[in-house]
Design a binder for this molecule. Structure first.
Ligand SMILES: Cc1cc2nc3c(=O)[nH]c(=O)nc-3n(C[C@H](O)[C@H](O)[C@H](O)COP(=O)(O)OP(=O)(O)OC[C@H]3O[C@@H](n4cnc5c(N)ncnc54)[C@H](O)[C@@H]3O)c2cc1C
Ligand code: HEM
Length: 372
């Protein structure tokens, strides 16, 4: 299987922009009208999650050991959409029809065979994982909001209680559906290490013009119900390394890092932890009071707040600058495990800087929030 040829082909097809998704979904729903109701009512380019992910994931078939854990989680997580084994060939057929259409003369029997093989391989992993998951867990959890705290005009910290235990690893996320936005699942990271009382915390920032985050930040309140999917994500705490830890979070990218921090705090002998928490302005450091309190109680923990647009009131104790620069000013971090979470730009810049400082990619785990 020539994975590079798949990647090149997908990149070439993607150049046709919105037309690709339009073709794919038209083909899919024309052949299988029953599948339409699984998808959101409006399917603009931005929300075209399946197709944009499909090519990217399937073309990573040359990197199996790395993608299989993620693909297994994805398969289990797809149960919440109502996806069953028989749907996989249907999606595969439309994927290949779409690729063939937009490849024009570049299409070949070899490409058709490789796409088919790669898709079937990953689809089988997803189906198998979903079957195993179905033996142990529900397709989704119901959760009721028990506390809703507005920390800023565009930020809320929510506590929910699930109707049954939801096992997950600190650093992971779940897809959330709010009743007024049916089938618009959005991922949010658990901001706490698992508790016995089935409560979970989420930090949600309102993204202007987005359909789901304004509902969670502005309109949701205690007593409201949500649906949660299976936990996903690979930015989990490396329990076995024993190395000191560097946590770097931009805005609500702090959430999964707090879960990791709580997990570390439960260790009998916690490693040294440096937590960098960044925002544009001082009032974006919405959780600094809690972090400062934790640092005061934990000699192994150092918290460094940073603001990138300096000069704001209340920022006196914060470092000035973007996180990548601030972190670099504080040390070399060569002997650390690093966890980085936030916007794609912040994560890319920070990871690049850490690598430049000599930290191996195998020591860096990251999650990007705007990239579903
Ligand atoms: C694995 C994962 C974990 C996440 N965890 C959290 C979390 O803990 N807290 C949280 O607030 N959000 C988190 N997000 C982002 C979240 O899923 C939503 O995208 C966000 O709340 C906006 O939802 P929306 O429906 O209003 O808008 P969407 O339809 O999701 O997005 C509208 C537009 O805004 C962009 N966008 C989305 N999120 C951001 C962002 N953070 N900054 C800038 N642009 C953005 C999108 O790319 C899109 O173009 C996570 C995303 C992923 C993939
Ligand atoms: C190898 C096969 C597949 C891969 C790699 C894959 C991957 C993905 C990914 C990464 C997402 C975005 C993350 C998410 O929102 O959960 C997604 C969304 C989705 N997938 Fe799949 N998927 C596959 C097969 C299928 C099949 C067979 C169906 C059944 C119809 C399906 C239905 C959906 C739906 C309904 C969404 C949400 C779309 C939206 O919100 O706009 N997927 N898929």
């Amino acid at each position: 299987m020539d994975a590079q040829a798949l990647k090149d082909n997908f990149a070439q097809v993607a150049q046709h922009g919105d037309a690709v998704a339009l073709f794919f979904y038209s083909d899919l729903f024309l052949r299988n009208p029953g599948l339409r109701e699984m998808f959101p009512i409006g399917m603009s380019h931005q929300r075209d999650r399946l197709l944009s992910a499909l090519g990217r994931v399937v073309a990573q078939v040359d990197n199996l050991p790395e993608v299989v854990p993620f693909v297994r989680q994805l398969g289990a997580d797809h149960r919440k959409f109502g996806v069953e084994a028989l749907h996989y060939p249907e999606v595969g057929q439309s994927l290949i029809a779409t690729l063939r259409y937009f490849s024009g003369a570049a299409w070949s029997d070899a490409l058709a065979r490789d796409w088919g093989d790669a898709y079937t391989l990953l689809a089988n992993v997803m189906v198998e994982a979903a079957d195993e998951d179905a033996k142990q867990r529900p397709a989704w959890w119901n959760a009721q909001i028990v506390a809703h705290e507005r920390r800023r005009f565009d930020l809320a910290v929510l506590r929910v209680v699930t109707d049954r235990p939801l096992p997950y690893l600190p650093g992971q996320s779940v897809a959330v559906e709010v009743p007024v936005r049916p089938r618009m699942w959005r991922y949010y990271s658990m901001a706490n290490a698992p508790r016995h009382d089935n409560t979970l915390d989420f930090h949600v920032r309102l993204v202007d013009g987005g359909p789901v985050s304004p509902v969670l930040v502005r309109s949701a309140g205690a007593g409201d119900w949500l649906k949660l999917g299976s936990p996903v994500g690979t930015m989990t705490f490396n329990e076995r390394s024993g190395r000191d830890v560097l946590l770097i979070g931009g805005s609500t990218g702090l959430a999964p890092l707090k879960a990791i921090l709580e997990r570390i705090a439960r260790s009998p002998a916690p490693p040294r932890v440096h937590l960098f928490f960044g925002a544009r302005t001082a009032d974006g450091l919405y959780d600094l009071a809690d972090l400062t309190k934790r640092a005061a109680d934990s000699p192994w923990l150092t918290v460094v707040p940073a603001v990138s647009e300096g000069g704001a009131d209340g920022a006196e104790q914060a470092e000035q600058g973007v996180l990548a620069d601030v972190v670099a000013r504080y040390g070399l971090w060569r002997d650390h495990d690093a966890y980085v979470c936030g916007s794609p730009a912040m994560v890319d810049a920070t990871v690049e800087r850490l690598v430049g400082l000599g930290l191996g990619m195998d020591r860096i785990r990251s999650d990007k929030f705007a990239d579903a």
